[in-house]
Write a protein that binds this ligand. Structure first.
Ligand SMILES: Cc1cc2nc3c(=O)[nH]c(=O)nc-3n(C[C@H](O)[C@H](O)[C@H](O)COP(=O)(O)OP(=O)(O)OC[C@H]3O[C@@H](n4cnc5c(N)ncnc54)[C@H](O)[C@@H]3O)c2cc1C
Length: 469
């Protein structure tokens, strides 16, 4: 018996564990639903809903191949006990994931158990070094993984009926999920949607991508919107990469596609950091930076995450993000920079709250980007975004802001950009210039410490991109 475990690889195409595991007729495909995982750092219902969209399509596609999809409800320790009770000679097939510490801890133990028994087949996912970590060889390793042939379709197996295994079918499990069915505005998951997005992006939407990606108004359509699909594996990164390489020679917007290509490298570059140093989930990359900010102020954090800061552009971004479960890179960076510099709140408290709002939450990217935008990596120059400047640059007429906050319809663009709205809108949460100045001075005085550079060098050797050098 081959037991194939799905986690965030919710696709049928180019899925190594599924491909190799179903090469025998005795294959049991299982999605592990662990409630505690879904309550973990940054996880949320909108992400779970996206995962279930993807799984629905996996279930349909597998059914056509005579392979039922089952759900195991419990953690990996419970799963191990269940496997040993029912299929004590089975082999476990799974793909590797870099995820939150909760997942790592529980699967590391599980994997050790099956590896010792020589009953584990584990496959790589993304372009991450999971063994023989070597930053200098990283780029060539990535290239090698991305250019490997895409796996062909999985075989149809002879119909199998599993009796008395006490596992729910996906259909049964899904029919009981009432809460997430009320989530309607965020992105929909599944392999079909992922391929549609990839094709429309490469053929049309990427035209002007490099410029349009900075604007929250244009980015919604001009960016690929593949992030959630990549995070939940409804398309493999290799498929995205190889389709891109094929599209570039005949494209009229090659520059835009090269810009996109760079980001596919960044995807894995960031996840690699968390893979190499899982402690980054809670500790700053540069350890001295954990001394910068103290406990945090829950009231301030609540106003920030609810989009009640009194700065219309920032509040509009939050309203948009809460509705769509997505916003573009520039605005994510600004939102985070505002929390860490202007409001001076510890990233460990703000990071999970922001992550919960993203459908595409990818812990390796999110946590490392949060640290970067908070000035705690030691290897990136701190950048403090001015919310008022971004407001002016990205939405000069303030029409997008007004579409998110209709209450501001009668105000001039100028008063909206300057957050000067008399008593009619929320009071501003901080003085933007004074708070930025204070933050800049504090961060740079720490960076002047004689030990800072020495430690930063160590951080660079472990995590820094060699391309930049
Ligand atoms: C504070 C903060 C948190 C973030 N959290 C996440 C997250 O949880 N998940 C996530 O996928 N991205 C995250 N990003 C990066 C980026 O904002 C998103 O990848 C991007 O906006 C997703 O939209 P898209 O798929 O249309 O991107 P595109 O512009 O079309 O990019 C294509 C793909 O490249 C990757 N990518 C793009 N930009 C980056 C980047 N700067 N770093 C690493 N990979 C990148 C993503 O996989 C993305 O899907 C974060 C950025 C910041 C500043």
């Amino acid at each position: 018996m081959n037991i194939i475990l799905l986690h965030r690889d919710l696709r049928v195409n180019d899925n190594p564990a599924l491909f190799h595991g179903t090469s025998s007729d005795n294959a049991l495909v299982v999605y592990v639903y662990d409630k505690s995982y879904w309550q973990g750092n940054g996880k949320s219902d909108i992400q779970f809903k996206f995962a279930m969209d993807c799984l629905s399509e996996v279930s349909d596609r597998l059914r056509k191949k005579n392979i039922p999809l089952h759900i195991f409800e419990g953690n990996y320790e419970n799963l191990k006990i269940w496997i040993e009770m029912n299929f004590s000679e089975s082999t476990v097939f799974m793909n590797h994931f870099t995820d939150i510490g909760y997942y790592k801890k529980s699967t590391d133990k599980f994997k050790r158990f099956y590896a010792d028994l020589k009953r584990l087949k584990i496959y790589e996912n993304f372009g991450i070094q999971t063994k023989n970590f070597n930053r200098d060889a990283w780029s060539s390793d990535w290239q090698q993984i991305m250019t490997k042939p895409i796996l062909s379709e999985i075989e149809t197996s002879s119909p199998m009926v599993f009796k008395n295994i006490e596992l729910n079918t996906f259909e049964n499990f899904f029919s009981k999920l009432t809460l997430i069915k009320q989530i309607t505005e965020s992105q929909v998951g599944g392999e079909t949607r992922a391929f549609e997005l990839l094709n429309t992006f490469l053929k049309e939407r990427a035209n002007g991508y490099a410029l349009k990606m900075s604007s929250p108004v244009e980015a919604e359509f001009a960016c690929s919107r593949l992030s959630a699909h990549i995070a939940f594996g409804s398309i493999s990164l290799r498929t995205v990469y190889q389709s891109l390489i094929e599209a570039i020679p005949n494209s009229f917007f090659k520059k835009d596609l090269y810009s996109f290509k760079k980001r596919l490298h960044w995807h894995c570059h960031f996840i690699q950091k968390l893979e190499t140093e899982p402690e980054l989930e809670f500790s700053s990359m540069h350890p001295m930076c954990d001394r910068l900010r103290s406990e945090g102020d829950n009231e301030i954090i609540e106003k920030w995450i609810k989009g009640e800061t009194g700065f219309p552009f920032l509040d509009a971004c939050m309203q948009f993000l809460k509705k769509k479960g997505w916003i573009n890179f520039r605005m994510r960076a600004m939102i985070m920079s505002f929390a860490s510099y202007n409001l001076w709140q510890p990233w460990q408290k703000t990071s999970p709250l922001l992550a919960q709002l993203f459908v595409d939450y990818e812990p390796g990217i999110h946590i490392c980007q949060v640290q970067m935008q908070s000035g705690v990596t030691g290897i990136n120059l701190p950048r403090i975004y001015s919310v008022n400047k971004q407001s002016r640059d990205q939405d000069p007429e303030a029409s997008w802001i007004k579409s998110q906050i209709p209450q501001l319809n009668n105000f001039s663009a100028n008063s909206i950009h300057n957050a000067e709205l008399a008593e009619t809108y929320k009071e501003i949460i901080c003085d933007p210039k004074a708070s930025a100045k204070k933050a800049r001075e504090t961060v740079w005085s720490m960076r002047a410490d004689k030990n800072f550079k020495r430690i930063a060098r160590e951080v660079y050797l472990k995590h820094g991109s060699r391309l930049r050098r």
